[in-house]
Ligand binder design. Structure first.
Ligand code: BGC
Length: 432
């Protein structure tokens, strides 16, 4: 498959950058895309999200259904990833398929994952595998999921099995995806299953997920000492809404909860840090929001946001935040960093090309200043099932019509292809 460059692309680059010469990335830099199992596979009937969707809890009653059809045919999208010239893909494996009942492991699920991961390798890409990306088997959920102190051990048993079965194909593992997001949305805000609003439960779930990360990392290292393991953290970049002390203190406290709590536990248990970065929030103290710890997150109206129609939900488009996040994490942990997700919901792709350019420029700036960034994975390869927002938000480099399965390349995919192939953000003059 050949990539047809959109004629408007060089115009995009010209308009949005003033580079006199290409910004080159280090040799071996990973240019990837990212997906997660439940969001793309389809028919993941054995986890808590499927049940939640059937209860009509997602936007417009959306359900994941066949999702992007990856369980049948991931290969078509892997062809598309390879056609972009990307050299890596981050995906997750679904615990509920591999261990559908407690202690019972399904060889046919492993077989399918071996095909998919093998397909990534055959196409010249490095696989990065996430072991937990928000979903739990129903039997885990029935036992209290991550509220149950026994769940980290059960997770580690699953990890031991999966890593044993797949460890010859992959040596880059993400343990747990975004523990703070899972704990907050499922147990504090209650907009994800199981829909609780209880801060003590949220803290317990968070602590157990971190324990799950530790045990999973030990498990991988025990089986394959040379493999690299890391957690994936959703790094919010936060600034106080005003210089008033109540806003500043609220920001410091919130930052500790959503960033500090994760960062302070990682040094001994990780080989790398997976950083997911999307946006910046402004933070104000607000007495009317007890379920949000008296915190109001918002984006002042004059700042740019995604035009996807969910005002405020995604925060500000703030490329410098990625630079700030990389610097802070590296200063703290001194570990290699992968940007395991960054992206924008943007169906008509009128903001994403600029988003990509400016965020990648931020990564480049961080690397120039000595931060050890090893790769970037764009969320996402193809539009997929966006959790509570169902099919309402479109993050894909490829657009998907989920009714027909048809894909269409967005201009930003062609832009990413140029960058990935060049291992550089080309200077505008060098563009086709
Ligand atoms: C998650 C993805 C999600 C993306 C966009 C991240 O928080 O890891 O699963 O689709 O954000 O909302």
């Amino acid at each position: 498959m050949t990539v047809q460059y959109d004629i408007g692309l060089s115009a995009h680059i010209r308009r949005h950058t003033t580079l006199p010469e290409p910004l080159r990335f280090p040799p071996g830099f990973l240019w990837g895309t990212a997906t997660s199992a439940h969001q793309v596979e389809g028919q993941n009937t054995n986890n808590q999200w499927w049940v939640w969707e059937q209860q009509g809890r997602c936007w417009h009653g959306d359900v994941s259904g066949d999702a992007c059809g990856w369980w049948r045919d991931a290969e078509g999208d892997l062809d598309r990833a390879a056609a972009l010239g990307t050299n890596a893909h981050r995906m997750s494996i679904e615990w509920s398929r591999i261990e559908p009942e407690e202690g019972t492991f399904d060889r046919s699920a492993i077989h399918r994952y071996r095909e998919i991961i093998g397909g990534i390798i055959q196409r010249g890409m490095t696989p990065m595998i996430t072991l937990h990306h928000f979903t739990n088997p129903l039997w885990v959920e029935a036992q209290g999921a991550w509220l149950n102190p026994a769940t980290p051990k059960r997770f580690a048993r699953f990890v031991a099995y999966a890593v044993e079965a797949l460890g010859d194909l992959c040596n880059l593992w993400c343990t747990v995806n975004e523990p703070t997001v899972y704990a907050a949305l499922s147990y504090l805000q209650g907009i994800w299953p199981p829909g609780r609003r209880n801060i003590l439960q949220a803290l317990r779930v968070f602590a157990n997920l971190m324990r799950g990360h530790e045990l999973a990392a030990q498990t991988v290292h025990r089986q394959h000492p040379a493999h690299r393991v890391g957690i994936v953290h959703h790094k919010r970049v936060l600034d106080p809404a005003s210089p008033a002390s109540h806003d500043v203190l609220t920001t410091v406290m919130y930052d500790y909860l959503v960033n500090g709590l994760v960062l302070r536990r990682l040094r001994e248990t990780s080989d790398f840090f997976g950083l997911n970065y999307y946006s910046r929030d402004h933070i104000a103290f607000d007495l009317r929001r007890p379920y949000h710890l008296f915190i109001r997150r918002f984006t002042p109206p004059h700042l740019e946001q995604s035009d996807a129609g969910m005002e405020g939900a995604f925060g500000e488009i703030y490329p410098n935040g990625l630079y700030r996040a990389l610097k802070r994490v590296y200063r703290w942990l001194k570990l290699p960093i992968y940007v395991t997700e960054t992206g924008l919901p943007d169906e008509d792709d009128n903001q994403r090309p600029r988003f990509l350019l400016n965020h990648l420029e931020s990564v480049h700036r961080a690397i120039q200043e000595g931060i050890d960034v090893r790769g970037v994975f764009i969320w996402s390869l193809v539009d997929n099932f966006e959790w509570a927002e169902g099919w309402g938000l479109r993050f894909g480099l490829y657009a998907l019509n989920e009714r027909t399965g048809e894909r269409r390349m967005r201009p930003s995919a062609a832009l990413y292809a140029i960058i990935a192939r060049a291992n550089a953000i080309p200077a505008p003059g060098a563009l086709p």
